[in-house]
Ligand binder design. Structure first.
Ligand code: ATP
Ligand code: MG
Length: 358
């Protein structure tokens, strides 16, 4: 994608700590924008569980139409205890992912300098890979149902839907991503011994795609042993690709081996760029700490860096990550979840001022 210097960003702070960390992400974007000559226009909406309580829906009907021409969506967190998860999820997040055809969910798993992994003796050189998850089809489908409720014969059926087009495009994304990386390696996650229709199909498509990329090394594991390898051999991986369900599992396990949930970023990507992609931290609205000004803003700020890179501003993205590492190295600037005492705004300000000083 070619870089423009005027970016229109839709911001959705959402619920809970989303409203505290999104402003820090914007503060950092403004700072990096001044340094790299990028002008941001932020168009903010209050779509959230609060909006739902007032209007009976998570966002206005056709609400997404106003953002179709935007460069990206910058989201905080959505979800609140009194509102059922399926309402917030199917009322806001899933419509955005599906309407904007964000069929790749991308999570970097990278141990930042200054953070520690729960895995003993593992440093930044051991943990540096991406999880690529299929984001719109597969196991998370509405096809299926329940029969004979309340009887001895009661049963539930849930269908998975894997299309050649859907599988091929996410595999292609993974192979192209591997090409941009020094190790040039793709690992596929399946479970073809237990799930005998969809998973062998995925394996076949993986083999076909591999033939197009002779420069990329490949490996394949069943999801169960792959989870074990994430913990025991994180240094084996470069780009790991999986279906909606397996990718979902790996994309939580990955950030867990790279330290605190408060710092992990993610991207919902529309690789063709015909609609905006969406960038959001991995964590949720964290009701237990919301409103206290103590949430870690780094997951949001790192997501802003992914957004910059996606929009063609790799230098600006690198500057944000370098500033995050500088700030984390100083225990006084860390938030509580990382063992420090700094508040959300203090941590965000520190990162912005390192960028401005650079
Ligand atoms: P969701 O289901 O919306 O993904 P969740 O209910 O699984 O979210 P979170 O809201 O992410 O979970 O919170 C999980 C725990 O992590 C909570 O104890 C929360 O306080 C903590 N946490 C999450 N994000 C942060 C953050 N940015 N800074 C500090 N602690 C955080
Ligand atoms: Mg939750």
């Amino acid at each position: 994608m070619s870089a423009t210097n005027r970016l229109k960003i839709a911001t959705i702070p959402g619920d809970g700590i989303g409203r505290e960390v999104v402003p820090e992400g914007m503060r950092v974007l403004e700072a990096v924008g001044r340094r790299f000559d990028i002008a941001f226009q932020f168009d903010e909406v209050d779509w959230s569980c609060d909006y739902y309580k007032k209007h009976g829906r998570m966002m206005p009907e056709n609400g997404l139409d106003q953002f179709r021409q935007h460069d990206a969506v910058f989201l905080g967190a959505v979800g609140w205890p009194e509102v059922p998860d399926h309402v917030s999820l199917w009322g806001l997040l899933i419509p955005i992912r599906r309407d904007f055809n964000q069929y790749v969910n991308l999570r970097p798993v990278r141990l930042l300098k200054g953070t520690t992994s729960p895995l003993a003796n593992r440093g930044p050189e051991d943990i540096d890979f991406y999880v690529v998850r299929e984001n719109v089809e597969g196991e998370y489908s509405e096809a299926g149902g329940r029969l004979y409720r309340g009887t001895e014969n009661e049963l539930a059926i849930q269908e998975s839907i894997f299309t050649r087009r859907g599988v091929d495009r996410v595999l292609r994304y993974a192979f192209e991503l591997a090409r941009t990386r020094p190790r040039k390696q793709v690992t596929s996650a399946t479970k073809s011994n237990g799930i005998i229709h969809t998973m062998p199909f995925w394996d076949e498509r993986f083999a076909a795609m591999k033939a197009d990329y002779p420069d990329i090394a490949t490996s394949q594991y069943h999801i169960d042993i792959l989870c074990a390898h994430f913990v025991q051999h994180p240094d084996w991986f470069d780009v790991v690709v999986g279906s909606n369900l397996f990718g979902d599992i790996l994309s939580d396990l990955g950030p867990a081996v790279a330290g605190s949930i408060g710092i992990a970023p993610s991207a919902n990507i529309n690789p063709e760029g015909d609609f905006p992609s969406m960038f959001e931290p991995v964590h949720g609205s964290a009701p237990d700490i919301a409103g206290k000004g103590i949430a870690n803003p780094i997951g949001q700020i790192w997501s802003a860096a992914m957004m910059l890179e996606h929009l063609g501003h790799k230098d600006a993205a690198d500057a944000v990550i370098a500033a995050m590492e500088t700030v984390i190295a100083d225990p006084a600037s860390r938030t509580r979840d990382m063992g420090g005492k700094a508040g959300t705004a203090e941590c965000g300000e520190a990162i912005a001022s390192v960028i401005s000083a650079g």
